[in-house]
Design a protein around this ligand. Structure first.
Ligand code: GTP
Ligand code: ZN
Length: 203
């Protein structure tokens, strides 16, 4: 049974927001932080912010099926495939500040392989949403698992969070590493180690 959400949407809880455009809301935000949205440099800023936010959150309107575009191929290859050092940019759901870094994705096929470019595309579908790094990591692994039912999938994400750098604890040197291991990457230490050593071999 589907549980109905009891939470009111921002619009239904505030009727004045319902008729406001996102650009008006951004103009109001500029006013609230002490700026003058009618000054020259800011005149087009609400419009730019709307466009920028639409780009940075476009993952909400994308589906993995559409992104894969049928690029799944029957290939008899049963060794590990790794696509590493894939850069990504996301936004943390707590502060709406960027976190960004690199993802390393591996899988051991089970009769099907995935078009190589589709792996970064899958990452972007999930990165271009409000995220926590742990969920992003799991979603990437799960999408590959669902698409080709491989023998296993491993995903490692290394990122820096601006909410920990330019505000808050203000730690510039730290990075966060998360991983998701499914199938043989979880059950076989040797497979996991092979993945980790290939990822660590940077060049
Ligand atoms: N686990 C996890 N935490 C995150 C991620 N992005 C941001 N956070 C954390 O979310 C937490 C939110 O904590 P709060 O105490 O509610 O917010 P805050 O007062 O702004 O916290 P500070 O950042 O410590 O100043 C912080 O510890 C952030 O570092 C993420 O991807 N994963
Ligand atoms: Zn944050």
């Amino acid at each position: 049974m589907t549980k109905k959400s009891s939470k009111p949407s921002a619009e239904s809880s505030n009727p004045t927001l319902a008729s406001a455009s996102l650009q008006q809301i951004y103009a109001e935000l500029l006013t609230r932080i002490g700026e003058d949205p009618s000054r020259d440099g800011l005149l087009n800023t609400p419009k730019r912010m709307e466009k920028s936010m639409a780009f940075l959150t476009q993952g909400y309107t994308q589906s993995i099926d559409a992104v894969l575009h049928g690029a799944l191929f029957d290939v008899h290859y049963d060794e590990m495939v790794i696509v590493k050092e894939i850069e990504f940019y996301s936004q943390c759901e707590h502060h709406l500040l960027p976190f960004f870094g690199r993802a390393h994705v591996a899988y051991v096929p089970n009769g099907k392989v995935i078009g190589l470019s589709k792996i970064p595309r899958i990452i972007d579908v999930f990165a271009r949403r409000l995220q926590v790094q742990e969920r992003l990591t799991q979603q990437i692994a799960q999408a590959i698992e669902d698409a080709i039912q491989p023998q296993g999938v491993g995903v490692i994400v290394e990122a820096q969070h601006l909410c920990m750098m330019m505000r808050g604890v203000e730690k510039q040197g730290s990075s966060t590493v998360t991983s998701a291991m499914l199938g043989v990457f979880k059950s076989q230490q040797q497979t996991r180690n092979e993945f980790l050593s290939l990822v660590e071999r940077r060049r």
